[in-house]
Design a protein around this ligand. Structure first.
Ligand code: ADP
Length: 328
């Protein structure tokens, strides 16, 4: 079947993935493969804007790729590769930076947020992050970038850079990417309040054992107003119930919805049921991950092959870019 276009998405190598990554990104990556030619990139260079050591980059890249592959990214259909393996992106980034206004970069809300987060490390790369992101997208002539609503300004920004470049050099070499808004539900962590993430240690990793999953799920915060088992609870404000709605069979969801409200089921029971359903859902993923992990060099080979295929596209784009710019 003819594909509808080329999708590009990148994520920083954060190592083993958690439920937030899965529900917010990976699940969507897997689904997009059916209709689009997909290019998925582990953006290790971007990671350097926030981490000051490269010590864990390689291992984190492998762990993340393993999770993506085990979750259903098909390397025979999609290109899965590491950003720094295709050096052309650095060259394109430099050229694009010359058609980008500095003031616009420093005005972006994401930049202002980073300044708040790491006031002692406002590096030049951090300011240029959206330019490198644009280089990633356009180097692979991507038509579509699936993003949540908060990232949409970056894609609009990328479109502006493309227009400036194409106008300045009177070319059509670069393609303006389109946003594909994805319904990214914000997965809340086990603390029941913040977005699930590694930095807050409120996450549940996909690749942990069934026993560790149970342990982690038992720590989940439920309806804070429910103090005792005999108090009725409110599933509408309970993160465990939100998770049940994703991972449990409908009749169990209905049962909990009714029983919780009249204190017919306690939080511990409810959590154990969720843990059990989550483990059942993750079983095939975990088996596949173990299988891939046992194959020596498998992930490395996938990434090397991905880089080769990505490079073929990148070299062609750069040849057009240099020609338009009359650069050697
Ligand atoms: P990055 O900084 O590269 O976005 P993250 O690990 O923060 O790396 O996120 C990777 C992907 O997972 C992103 O698409 C992000 O939106 C998604 N994601 C991460 N945490 C959550 C969460 N708690 N809920 C929903 N999506 C999430």
């Amino acid at each position: 079947m003819a594909k509808k276009g080329r999708v590009f998405s990148g994520a920083r190598p954060t190592g083993k993935q958690h439920l937030g990554n899965y529900l917010g990104a990976i699940k969507n990556y897997v689904a997009l493969q059916n209709d689009y030619e997909c290019v998925y990139c582990i953006v290790d260079v971007h990671a350097l804007t926030t981490v000051e050591t490269t010590q864990d980059l390689k291992q984190n890249t492998i762990e993340m790729a393993l999770d993506w592959l085990a979750a259903g990214i098909r390397p025979e259909d999609s290109i899965l590769f590491v950003q720094s393996h295709v050096k052309e992106v650095m060259e394109l980034h430099t050229y694009l930076s010359m058609v980008t206004q500095f003031g616009k970069l420093t005005d972006l809300p994401t930049f202002k947020e980073k300044v708040r987060q790491q006031p002692d490390n406002i590096n030049y790369g951090l300011v240029g992050y959206p330019v490198l992101m644009t280089a990633d997208i356009v180097l692979y002539k991507s038509d579509i970038v699936p993003v949540g609503i908060d990232q949409a300004p970056h894609i609009e920004f990328a479109r502006e850079i493309v227009r400036s470049f194409n106008y300045r050099y009177n070319t059509k070499a670069l393609v303006e990417p389109q946003v594909k808004h994805t319904e990214i539900l914000k997965v809340v962590g086990i603390d029941g309040k913040d977005k699930m993430g590694k930095s807050l240690n409120n996450h549940i990793e996909l690749a942990v054992t069934a026993e560790e999953t149970v342990k982690r799920v038992r720590e989940m915060v439920t309806d804070p107003a429910r103090q005792r088992k005999t108090d009725p609870g409110n599933p509408d404000v309970c993160n465990v119930f939100t998770m049940h709605k994703i991972f449990s069979p409908q009749e169990e969801i209905d049962m909990i919805n009714t029983e919780c409200r009249k204190a017919g089921i306690g939080c511990v029971d409810c959590k154990l049921r969720f843990a059990s359903n989550l483990n059942k859902n993750l079983e095939p993923f975990r088996a596949k991950r173990a299988e891939l992990e046992s194959k020596t060099d498998y992930v490395n080979d996938v990434l090397i092959d991905g880089a080769k295929r990505a490079r073929t596209i990148a070299e062609k784009t750069m040849a057009e870019v240099r020609e338009a710019m009359k650069m050697p």
